[in-house]
Design a protein. Structure first.
Length: 117
């Protein structure tokens, strides 16, 4: 697990084995979740990693798969989706990723959907 503290970026990064341990699933299931769009990963230092904030309480954030689908439908690749999720937004409590973990998940989904139009 590694830490990043720059604004607009994840504060914690998890490797696939870290995610598997946190979710109590095999590593192959983490790969499948990424392929299916239930989870985002990007290559950092040659290793595919997942923002730690997207995996909470032994599960993936509830609305994350839907937001990933909407962003992919809007033409975003995983790097672009990650940047969008971690872009500070004054009208949300921090970033879309932080809002997904709170009571504004519906607003984040609405905004992601609007990107496709």
């Amino acid at each position: 697990m590694s830490e990043t503290t720059s604004e607009g970026a994840p504060t914690t990064w998890l490797t696939f084995p870290d995610v598997a341990e946190k979710l109590d699933v095999p590593v192959s299931k983490v790969h499948q979740m990424v392929r299916d769009g239930a989870l985002l990963s990007v290559r950092r230092d040659g290793v595919r990693q997942v923002p730690g904030e997207l995996v909470a309480n032994h599960t993936v954030l509830k609305h994350l798969p839907g937001v990933i689908t909407l962003l992919r439908d809007a033409g975003f690749d995983d790097e672009e989706a990650l940047r969008w999720l971690y872009q500070p937004d004054d009208s949300l409590p921090g970033t879309p990723a932080q809002a997904l973990a709170g009571d504004q998940a519906t607003e984040v989904k609405r905004r992601a959907q609007a990107l496709g139009f």
